[in-house]
Design a protein around this ligand. Structure first.
Ligand code: KMH
Ligand code: ZN
Length: 286
């Protein structure tokens, strides 16, 4: 392996989510205007990728591409951070509703490659739906980050790569600690990394109280990125509510630096992820 500790670590902020509400954090952004403000503040604090969901003004999750587009436009006007639309949506959304957000043309989208129990609910993504969503993202020039909540999701992504449904190298976000998915432990992360094809890029997300220590494990094992934000955890160091998404990003940036690595800039992440996409396309057309 090349000297991974010299490689910068990108920070993704997930400021909104779909399963969190203002009961969990009164400052949860809902409207595009609120999301843009929270995102730009997070970029100032060190984030280079914004993982987006959309909400109606009353907080109901929505797949409306107009809401996503307004948010993306506002972020792009004032920063070079990469935008990533969730095609996971909310657990209760149909696949059609989840994927409408691709029409807003983000830089990247998050894609599920399998199903799991999401606490008491079923979060279902069939293989044909994953393949169709990947094809649509490719056709629109949108990069893909796989969201792996359990080992089978990584295995399924590797199969999609082998079969040509995904462009390489894979970019996989390892999500630890969802009730129903893999547990937030070093062994859990190792299990997710085992089926990952060589040369893949991977990042770590951990929900709730295990977040900071699992991000540290990822940083030390060579993760390309880490993710924080109200979608995953509303508390700072699990004893008080974070003041903002930006405060969580600043804390994550401190963690990266304290472990001897450096925080990637949006320009570095753009070059790394979007050039990879262009190279893969050239390879395709031969
Ligand atoms: N809201 C979760 C059910 C993603 O963004 O792709 C799915 C989710 C993952 O948030
Ligand atoms: Zn999400």
């Amino acid at each position: 392996m090349s000297s991974w500790d010299a490689e910068p670590v990108w920070i993704t902020v997930a400021p909104i989510g779909a399963e969190v509400s203002r009961k969990d954090h009164p400052g949860l952004p809902h409207t595009p205007r609120e999301v843009i403000a929270a995102s730009l503040e997070a970029v100032e604090a060190g984030a280079s990728i914004i993982h987006l969901h959309a909400r109606l003004p009353d907080g109901t999750p929505s797949g409306d591409p107009v809401l996503f587009r307004e948010t993306i436009d506002g972020i792009r006007k004032k920063s070079s951070a990469l935008t990533m639309n969730s095609t996971g949506g909310a657990v209760w959304m149909s696949m059609g509703e989840r994927t409408r957000c691709l029409d807003a043309l983000p830089d990247l989208c998050a894609l599920e490659t399998g199903s799991l129990n999401f606490d008491d609910e079923v979060f279902a993504t069939s293989r044909p739906d994953s393949i169709a969503t990947a094809a649509r993202a490719h056709a629109l020039g949108i990069g893909i980050e796989i969201e792996a909540f359990d080992v089978g999701h990584v295995v399924a992504a590797a199969r999609m790569l082998r079969e040509g449904h995904l462009l390489g190298p894979l970019m996989v976000n390892m999500v630890l600690g969802v009730r129903g998915g893999i547990d937030a432990s070093p062994e859990g992360l190792a299990a997710l990394l085992r089926p990952l094809p060589p040369d893949s890029r991977w990042s770590v997300t951990a929900v709730g109280r295990h977040q900071r220590r699992m991000l540290a494990v990822g940083i030390l094992l060579g993760a390309s990125g880490i993710r924080v934000g109200f979608e995953d955890n509303v508390k700072l160091r699990h004893d008080r509510l974070a003041n903002s998404n930006a405060e969580l990003v600043a804390d994550a940036a401190d963690l990266v630096r304290s472990l001897g690595r450096r925080v990637a800039s949006p320009a570095e992440v753009r070059t790394c992820l979007l050039r990879g996409l262009a190279d893969a396309r050239e390879g395709d057309t031969g």
